[in-house]
Design a binder for this molecule. Structure first.
Ligand code: CA
Length: 234
């Protein structure tokens, strides 16, 4: 799950990226409308956190633009306590929810979950492959009916592969799902996360495995372990 936070207060921006990151959400931070627009032009996001008072204009303008362009990415407006009118306008212009500063991260996380759970969002709340289920809202994994706790990157990799439903996910696709722009992208980090996830699936008795598609990427395979899984990484 990848979020864009358009927020010009550096301290709040840092809190958002670190705290939401701990919940397994990759957060890219933009400090202005212009930065937000350029990220939106190059990356795809599952949700946008949108501050309204930005150095180069109002977040409402961006919201209007997105909706006019039929971009339905969920938007949660982050507004100052004294900006009631802006909030109302935001909802009229197609925001999915708003939150008032200052707020607790737990409250924001709860609202993000609610927005992503709404019907009509093509997110699917339960992914299933073999005896593995992935709840995309609570980000919990069960293997053979038992809850399994996975680290953040491994969760992101598993989610991306399960969303692809057996289709190949490129290495770049996995990196996009797992890292925010701020994370250092060392190639061996992705590989070692995949290798740990693969071992974990095996040790927990999963009936699915991760298959290397040479030179292309990775996909979920239904047979837990096949010779291909032991081949060199692409
Ligand atoms: Ca602001």
């Amino acid at each position: 799950m990848r979020l864009l936070a358009i927020e010009d207060e550096p301290e709040l921006g840092r809190l958002l990226t670190s705290n939401l990151g701990r919940l397994g959400l990759a957060v890219d931070l933009a400090g202005s409308l212009a930065d937000g627009r350029s990220l939106l032009a190059t990356c795809s996001y599952d949700l946008i956190l949108l501050d309204l008072r930005l150095p180069d204009g109002s977040g409402l303008d961006l919201l209007r633009q997105l909706r006019a362009a039929r971009n339905e990415t969920p938007v949660i407006v982050v507004s100052a306590a004294d900006a009631v009118e802006d909030r109302v306008t935001g909802l009229h212009e197609g925001a999915d929810d708003y939150i008032v500063k200052p707020f607790a991260i737990e409250e924001l996380a709860a609202r993000i979950r609610v927005v992503l759970r709404r019907p009509g969002r093509a997110l699917g709340t339960t992914l299933e492959s073999g005896n593995v289920t992935f709840q995309t809202i609570s980000r919990t994994v069960e293997i053979a009916g038992r809850g399994v706790v996975l680290p953040r990157r491994e969760l992101g990799i598993l989610e991306a592969l399960m969303r692809a439903d057996g289709r190949v996910v490129t290495r770049e696709g996995l990196e996009e799902a797992v890292y925010s722009l701020e994370d250092e992208r060392q190639s061996n980090v992705l590989e070692s996360s995949i290798s740990r996830l693969r071992k974990r699936l095996q040790s927990e008795g999963a009936t699915i495995g991760i298959r290397v598609v040479r030179g292309v990427g990775y996909r979920i395979s239904e047979a837990a372990d096949t010779p291909e899984t032991l081949e060199a990484e692409p």
